[in-house]
Design a binder for this molecule. Sequence first.
Ligand SMILES: Cc1cc2nc3c(=O)[nH]c(=O)nc-3n(C[C@H](O)[C@H](O)[C@H](O)COP(=O)(O)OP(=O)(O)OC[C@H]3O[C@@H](n4cnc5c(N)ncnc54)[C@H](O)[C@@H]3O)c2cc1C
Length: 484
Amino acid sequence: MKLHVTPQYDTDVLIIGGGPAGASCAYHLATQGIQVTILDYQPFPRDKVCGDFVGPVAIRELAGMGIDQYEAFRKTNVITQAALYLDGKPMITKNIPLVSGIPDHGRVIPRMELDDWILKAAVKKGAKLLAGRLLDYQVFSNGVLAHHKKGSLFAKMIVGADGSSSTVARILTGSKPQAEDRILAVRAYYKNVKCMPDQAELYFTSQSFPGYYWFFPTGPDTANVGVGMVQENFPHQEVNLKTLLLELIEKDPALKAKIGDGELEDKVVGWPLATYNPDHPKTADRLVLVGDAGGLINALNGEGIQYATLSGRWAAETITECIRREQFHEAALAPYKKKIVEELGFDMSLSNTLIQFIRNRNLNPLWLKLLDIIVQKARRDDEYADIAGGILAGLKPANEAMSASFIGKSITQGVQTLATDAFREAAKGPGNITRLAWGGMMFGMQTAGDLMQHPGNYLSWGKGIVSNSFQLAGHVLKGINNRG
Ligand SMILES: Cc1cc2nc3c(=O)[nH]c(=O)nc-3n(C[C@H](O)[C@H](O)[C@H](O)COP(=O)(O)OP(=O)(O)OC[C@H]3O[C@@H](n4cnc5c(N)ncnc54)[C@H](O)[C@@H]3O)c2cc1C
């Protein structure tokens, strides 16, 4: 006779990390009556280094958890438009595009408050919160044994929601996130600034590209200001982001006008972001990774809160089914992985491809010209602006950018802009044409010289473009097949 011993579980699902991803997942699981325990080593409310911009999709997710009903939430700063600056000059200002079923605004919400609200909502639904740092875990055929500083817990499943330096993901893959999948960023809070409270601003400068700066108002005269840059770029530039940020505030005329007499409220602090890598696992037997732990950050805009809340909900939907069926092997978790690929794969791959191009700082003049071309078209064509802005804000599916009409408009604008530039220079006299041609030749020679000096850099850059383009092509083909 065989004896079946039912294991004693401390909880059905153990979630490591109580940020937006872990807390959303816990909220949706607890709503289904599933026993959930969240383990986080930080006492809440706690700060998290962030730009604090909560995009419209995340606002919708928060509303789904009833957080939009909180009085404190309603008092947070509403953002209805976004502006882009290049080398201190305003390029374009547009309203946040309207997308059906998604609010027409974002908010800037300090994480000290936002994360606490989501966590409290989960606890109110029945999730248990435990203080402790996960050290290690083992997956057995009948459950997961997780060890933290003060003891251990046995659960049916483990969810890694422990952020961009996830212990759960590191133990699963055996390594830290690769440098190519990292953005480094710093943020600072300023008071007594002059700003338009409903306008989020992004700044690019020719010297610090591919770095980008943000100015997100937290109220009528306060703002979250920061800078982010891909870690892996070449020619490799050792940058101190804190110095870069303070320098820009000092030198960029547009930012200086806003922050000039403002005061830094606290220290400038930094944190890495882990961007999307399609090869990074999202599931394993009895294990799911959500939010930053799963690398769910859009490399183009650094946004992660919407993907954290979305992936938390999607993971909860799949786990609920697994618990009902008592099936926890990786194949049973496939619906979660499928959802990520279907809903986010194309957008993330397009962002990765664009970022892979601009990693090559030698070609900065070219990338900035392309940005200029897109902005010039967007200024005059609202439909085009909605698509370009919607993609940048993570609101519109990026495959809209691949539509024939969008690409056609971009090419036409490109030809027009380049021809106008050449004509303007020619009108200044023959010397200018020579200078223009000379400039182009020098740029070409510089790039060729650098290619000969550092062929390895160019090779891995090119390989990155090819592999990202293949990923993108795969999503395009899948989209065509699904439509067909
Ligand atoms: C400088 C900067 C600016 C950003 N700006 C924006 C922005 O404006 N808008 C936007 O949408 N996104 C932004 N992001 C990204 C955003 O912050 C993240 O995508 C988001 O925080 C992801 O949420 P999460 O729940 O996955 O992880 P986190 O919010 O990082 O939460 C992880 C939790 O896990 C806990 N934890 C970690 N390790 C352990 C362990 N071993 N044991 C127990 N607990 C553990 C931590 O204490 C933490 O509470 C920015 C990121 C940075 C760094």
